[in-house]
Design a protein around this ligand. Structure first.
Ligand code: ADP
Ligand code: MG
Length: 475
């Protein structure tokens, strides 16, 4: 059936592969060789309503997380119980500044949703927001170009929703850099040890340098922590002022090789340089905070009622194991529900970067072994079941076809001057990323090899009037 849906597969594979190599849609393979990133050859088809719903929420999510990151008391209250048993949360919390310096703030995010199947069609449910090292903007743009090129002769090509999150991220990075006001000051790309995602980053970094004349340097957290210093409130590194530290690592304990890495975080936090993300923003991103925001009362502290309602409609049940939660008309401690229905829950520690979640029987064993003191350092989340669909992916040069699930991420940006939380300079949706994986796979990593970059095509019956007209991501 699929071959008939995708005629000329061999030609398409060749063209797609050559296109991917020519445009740098690449990653390092297991042996250090360079290979193309996994991507699909067929777009995911969705009604325009789905895209518009996610797009209409972008501003609310931007403002929600910016406001939460400014509420240090709430962050402390929410995270201190987890910090008692989770060393990483404890160290991050210890970097929360008592008296933050006045400086512009930039949030570059990616908010990930799964399209839950409902009688009205797919409806977005939030998996999580990424406020640190939100990656794959340039790669998503490249795969979007690739598929529009591949289907240039067909109606399908015209239905693909264009997106340019890489270009948009560059535009916002430049705008934030200009606020610093020193054309000699650098943007530092702060990398984790052994960084693998270099191709995506270099697309951003080279555009900053070549198209915008922004001085840019890549360094590790250890280097910044050892060689950086504060003079007159500014951060200096290798002979120049730092306008911005843009973290591509720092979300996992293993990224902190030594004390110098923590010093890098503290230096950025205490100086005039913009930190993307700041420590408060990274704390706001923690899964315990996401869990607390599912309480209507907590959410309404940060958003007006109508916005809170629309945002909450994307939430699924989430709570620490011992906390009571309402799910499917029942109210009980999350732990009891997860033990009774292990296929309907995911257990998450406060970690980022994939591969940390526990499902099914692994989750049951971990819950049974959990000491009461550890409870606040974990969150149970309702398992989201999106509709499966047929897809053809190209993985290490081979077409793989079968039933898949997809995740829709929307890139966001929020830029504010000191004290300008309620008057942001930028509060935008920068475009989207689709990651499609085998329907039995539970992880969503592209560079890690589980998922393939994908593209969204508007379903025929829901197609918008013309290019750019009412088409949210086509800006
Ligand atoms: P991380 O911060 O480590 O990336 P996530 O919470 O994003 O962790 O989870 C990683 C992946 O696990 C997601 O991309 C998604 O594929 C899957 N996942 C996470 N939460 C759920 C959920 N509630 N339902 C179904 N799948 C989930
Ligand atoms: Mg994450």
């Amino acid at each position: 059936m699929l071959h008939s849906a995708l005629p000329g597969l061999a030609d398409r594979v060749r063209e797609a592969r050559e296109y991917a190599l020519s445009r740098g849609l690449l990653k390092y393979g297991a042996q250090g060789q360079v290979v193309h990133l996994p991507f699909t050859l067929t777009p995911w088809q969705a009604p325009e309503r789905f895209v518009q719903q996610v797009h209409s929420l972008a501003g609310s999510f931007n403002r929600l997380y910016a406001r939460v990151s400014h509420d240090h008391d709430f962050l402390r209250q929410t995270l201190e119980p987890a910090a008692r048993t989770d060393e990483f949360v404890s160290r991050m919390l210890a970097c929360l500044p008592e008296d933050p310096p006045g400086r512009p703030e930039l949030f570059l995010t990616r908010n990930d949703f799964m399209p839950l199947q409902t009688p009205e069609g797919p409806s977005p449910r939030q998996v999580e927001i990424n406020m640190i090292a939100a990656s794959l903007g340039p790669a998503s743009q490249k795969v979007n170009d690739l598929q529009r090129f591949l289907y240039r002769e067909e109606d399908l090509g015209k239905r693909i929703l264009p997106t340019r999150p890489g270009d948009e991220q560059v535009r916002v990075l430049v705008q934030a850099w200009k606020l610093f006001g020193d054309p000699q000051a650098r943007i530092l790309f702060v990398l984790p040890p052994g960084e693998k995602g270099v191709f995506d980053q270099l697309t951003l970094a080279s555009a900053l340098v070549l198209e915008h004349g922004v001085p840019m340097l890549r360094c590790t957290m250890e280097e910044l922590g050892r060689e950086g210093g504060i003079r007159g409130g500014d951060l200096w590194f290798r002979g120049r002022r730092v306008a911005m530290g843009y973290f591509r690592g720092g979300y996992a304990p293993a990224h902190y090789e030594g004390e110098a890495s923590w010093n890098a975080r503290r230096l950025l936090e205490a100086s005039t340089a913009i930190s993307v993300p700041s420590i408060p923003a990274q704390l706001a991103n923690m899964k315990m905070v996401q869990g607390r925001l599912t309480s209507a009362e907590v959410l309404r502290r940060y958003l007006p009622d109508s916005e809170a309602e629309a945002v909450a409609a994307t939430f699924v049940a989430m709570a620490s194991p011992s906390e009571e939660v309402t799910w499917n008309g029942q109210r009980a401690p999350a732990r009891e529900l997860a033990l009774a229905f292990p296929e309907d829950w995911v257990l998450k520690p406060q970690r980022e970067g994939g591969g940390n979640n526990l499902y099914g029987q692994d989750m049951v064993h971990r819950l049974e072994a959990m000491r009461p003191a550890e409870d606040p350092a974990f969150i149970l989340m309702e398992y989201i079941r999106p509709a499966a669909f047929h897809s053809v992916r190209l993985v290490e040069n081979e077409p793989v076809e079968g039933l898949c699930l997809t995740e829709f991420g929307t890139f966001g940006a929020f830029l504010m001057e000191p004290g300008g939380l309620e008057r942001p300079l930028v509060d935008e949706d920068l475009g989207y990323l689709l990651r499609t994986k085998d329907h039995q796979s539970r992880e969503g990593l592209v560079i890690g090899g589980y998922a393939a970059l994908d593209v969204l095509a508007l379903e025929e019956s829901t197609r918008c009037p013309g290019p750019g007209e009412g088409n949210p991501s086509a800006r």
